[in-house]
Design a protein around this ligand. Structure first.
Ligand code: COA
Length: 375
């Protein structure tokens, strides 16, 4: 058994090739189809980035217009799905709600059984368009409000605000949200993306792959960290308490959410961009409290543990300052990451081999079955 190399957590294992994105540990940088993510965040919309991830190139004006027209036309969810969502337990976590809603969308999709790449691309577009509508519907139903219909005259980010809050905020708020969607869109073979590829590798449909990916993203070691960060900040409450609170965590060798990364060990390239937009949000609402706490935590974590923050660290308070309730944070991540997941599903099915690793057995040696009468 000793000579078998087991990589717990698949640390350092290259499971396949990909042309979707490159995560560079040595320079702490990330590119989507060759473009630096911070440049995409500054110069492009989320829709352009979605197109890039799915088609390999940024769209020209005409291609973008066609993509937006198709996405906007698919935003409505069926009356039956709305009724199903209305039956979800009000106390359910919105991640469980969107996971179940996506699974249900699969049952309704006319092409569910067609797992060809062309049909899978059409289904992915429907998922991209409908996921925000389902997230917003559950949010509003939970709050005892009427659901809002999507608007075809609004961009992806604007329409999400419209559906959740019934209004579209100032352009700088919409831009900060759009930037967060771009930064969350794709990140190599992370746990949820690998889950999606694994499901797709058995020739199951994309709705099955995305449902499973959402399940994986929920965990606090993965996407759920953006919610955990905000719970941590509200628990700390003020910058004066931050150092002492952190000391308690160090005493118990506890995890501090929003810090650390499996690949980046010297900083996450997405953090400076997201932090800049978090600062803009603090200016908009005139309250720097959450970022002041974060500055203390980041400095202490670096000097004491040499651990850097990840994207969830600035993204959590950014969403909070926009007015989103904490359980909406990871579903927003879903609304973005569907682009990366789908790009990987297309890649997987275009050159598929069933994903099926081995394990080293450590249970009892083979033994004889003793029938129950004699036991
Ligand atoms: N808080 C405190 N200590 C941390 C830490 C954190 N957030 N992240 C890593 N460490 C410590 C580990 O305890 C370990 O210490 P040890 O060597 O004394 O045991 C060391 O740093 C190395 O970490 P390791 O667990 O090997 O890293 P990993 O690659 O397995 O885990 C994460 C990566 C993301 C799962 C981990 O950093 C984590 O749980 N972070 C918090 C959750 C989070 O923010 N997730 C979002 C990721 S984008």
């Amino acid at each position: 058994m000793n000579e078998i190399d087991i990589r717990k957590g698949l640390v350092g294992v290259h499971a396949d090739v990909t042309a979707v994105s490159k995560v560079m540990e040595e320079s702490n940088s990330l590119t989507y189809r060759g473009y630096a993510v911070q440049d995409l965040a500054e110069h492009c919309s989320f829709e352009e980035v979605a197109y890039l991830l799915w088609h390999g190139e940024l769209p020209d004006r005409r291609q973008l217009a066609a993509f937006q027209k198709d996405e906007r036309a698919e935003r409505r969810i069926s009356p039956r799905l709305k009724r199903v969502i209305a039956e979800f337990p009000r106390r359910a976590h919105p991640m469980d709600a969107i996971r179940t809603a996506v699974s249900f969308m699969g049952m309704e999709d006319p092409e569910v059984a067609d797992v060809s790449e062309a049909a899978t691309r059409r289904k992915a577009l429907r998922l991209l368009a409908k996921i925000p509508t389902a997230i917003a519907a559950f949010h509003r139903i939970r709050q005892g409000k009427r659901t809002t219909s999507p608007r075809e005259d609004l961009g992806f980010a604007e329409n999400f605000f419209h559906m959740v809050f019934g209004r579209v905020p100032a352009p700088e708020v919409v831009k900060a949200f759009d930037v967060s969607l771009i930064l969350y869109a794709e990140h190599g073979f992370n746990a949820s993306t690998f889950t999606a590829r694994t499901v797709a590798s058995s020739q199951a449909d994309i709705h099955a792959a995305i449902t499973a990916a959402i399940g994986s993203l929920k965990g606090p070691l993965h996407g759920g960290a953006n919610e955990a960060v905000m719970h941590m900040l509200t628990e700390i409450g003020s910058p004066e308490r931050a150092k002492q609170w952190l000391e308690g965590k160090f005493d118990h060798r506890a995890l501090v959410m929003g810090f650390g990364h499996r690949v980046y060990k010297h900083g996450d390239s997405r953090v400076p961009t997201m932090t800049r937009y978090a600062e803009k949000m603090a200016e908009v609402i005139g309250d720097d409290r959450w970022l002041a706490i974060e500055r203390v935590l980041a400095e202490e974590m670096l000097t004491r543990k040499n651990i850097h923050p990840n994207l969830d660290f600035p993204a959590g308070p950014t969403y909070y300052m926009m007015g989103f309730e904490i359980p909406m944070f990871t579903p927003i991540f879903v609304a973005s990451r569907i682009t990366g997941w789908a790009a990987h599903v297309f890649e997987q099915i275009a050159d598929n081999r069933l994903i099926r690793p081995l394990s080293v057995y450590t249970g009892p040696e083979q033994r004889a079955v003793v029938p129950i009468k004699r036991r």
